[in-house]
Design a protein around this ligand. Structure first.
Ligand code: OSB
Ligand code: MG
Length: 415
């Protein structure tokens, strides 16, 4: 019961697509092999870049407004293959303690050097390699996820399959930021519903809550609706939040402190609507504690927040065994992180629509080509090609790069 599969599905047997990854798999793998027997991965280099990219629309939460993003991308080069990872840390330590600058420092001075020296067969080895670095989960996740992507390419399978995914389509919702007025919000909701999204999540905070739930519910009594407070409320607000039961929200996400279970559990006892935790869940143990204390009945999994795919799978499995549904959160990712979120969302217990939506909601032009699109039914097909199944637009990334560093085994070069 306490033993979680790490999701290292061996999934072989489908036809290989063309390309370097498929060739690699063909040359190196001739029979079905288990995880332990996989040949070691030789990492030749780790490249770090900071790109700067303006959002198509500013995004406002209870902790602030984002107009443009500074994003750390990592690329792992290995025996002719290349795999990317995205660090979801923001510019400021508002969602969590990490920022792009702390992640840059940790990646360059602690994490990448450890990874370059390590013996690894797959992404599942990364938590062990990074164990002596406490915290910095978003920095760790960027590298670990790239290793999973690389391992999938080496095996000639999709990343989703490598992670143990089973869904062919993922259901999509949207997260709608705080808007200048209720009228603008209603127009935005109407637009997203027309695009087919299956669940609308409204960012809220004191002063932007009951009134907007009322307005949206009045116009759309039956849609699947939720809200996310990003820790904007305190104990004095318990009555106020419990009164939202009348709006039949699917969930209230992270209403209280970002690091709390106990007071969320007190609040959950006083309301019918399910609480969903986001910020508070850093790993599987947190998920077990929160479920056991009834601090929440739903869990938002963000692969960056929990430190990488291994821990995300562990949280997913722990929740599944206890009948707690999960969904995949978003952090305003580019197509690289988005593709990883899609692969993760293909796991069976991702049964609620996630905050994984079309590239065009975030970027005028994404860093993958083609961008991620969503069907009129609010679904994204899970790519079946090798690796993450998306094409990284390296020329575009080059043109957006403002800082870079490269590390090779036994030699570090910074520029
Ligand atoms: O709490 O889910 C959150 C964006 C930045 C920081 C925190 C959150 C969010 C979102 C955006 O809700 C989700 C998305 O990527 O669409
Ligand atoms: Mg959230």
């Amino acid at each position: 019961m306490w033993d979680d599969s790490k999701g290292t599905g061996s999934g072989r047997g489908e036809s290989f697509a063309n390309g370097r990854a498929a060739n690699f798999a063909r040359q190196h793998l001739t029979k079905t092999i288990t995880y332990k027997e996989r040949p070691m991965i030789k990492i030749d280099a780790i490249h770090m870049r900071e790109i700067q990219l303006e959002l198509a629309h500013p995004f406002e939460t209870s902790f602030g407004r984002t107009m443009a993003r500074r994003i750390l991308l990592v690329e792992i080069e290995s025996e002719g293959l290349s795999a990317w990872g995205e660090c979801v840390a923001g510019e400021h330590p508002s969602f969590s303690e990490e920022t792009i600058d702390t992640a840059w420092l940790m990646t360059e001075t602690e994490l990448a050097p450890r990874l370059l020296e390590a013996e690894i067969a797959g992404g599942g080895d990364c938590p062990r390699i990074f164990r002596q670095v406490r915290g910095h989960r978003m920095a760790k996740a960027a590298l670990e996820n790239a290793v999973w992507d690389l391992a999938a390419q080496r095996e000639g399978v999709s990343l989703a399959k490598m992670l143990g995914g089973t869904r062919e389509m993922i259901p999509c919702g949207v997260s709608i930021g705080i808007q200048p007025s209720v009228e603008v919000l209603l127009d935005t909701v109407a637009k997203e519903l027309a695009a087919g999204y299956q669940r609308i999540k409204l960012k809220c905070r004191p002063g932007w809550d009951t009134e907007i739930f009322e307005a949206v519910r009045q116009r759309w009594p039956e849609i699947v609706l939720s809200c996310d407070a990003n820790s904007a409320y305190r104990m004095k607000d318990f009555e106020h939040i419990a009164a939202w039961d009348e709006f039949r929200l699917l969930m209230v996400e992270q209403p209280l402190w970002y690091d709390d279970f106990y007071f969320h559990s007190m609040l959950q006892k006083r309301m019918e609507t399910s609480i969903c935790l986001d910020e508070s869940i850093r790993n599987r143990r947190d998920a077990l504690a929160a479920i056991d204390m009834e601090s929440c009945r739903i869990i938002n999994i963000k692969v960056g927040r929990v430190g990488g795919f291994s821990e995300a799978i562990a949280v997913h499995n722990a929740a599944a065994e206890r009948g707690v549904p999960v969904w995949c959160g978003g952090m305003l990712e580019t197509g690289i992180g988005r593709a990883h979120n899609i692969a993760l969302s293909s796991l069976p217990n991702f049964s609620l629509p996630g905050d994984v939506s079309a590239s065009s909601r975030y970027w005028v032009r994404d860093v993958i080509d083609p961008p991620v699109t969503v069907s009129g039914k609010g679904e994204i097909p899970v790519p079946t090609g090798v690796g993450s199944g998306v094409e990284v637009d390296t020329k575009r990334i080059e043109s957006l790069t403002v800082r870079r560093a490269s590390m090779r085994a036994h030699a570090a070069v910074s520029a």
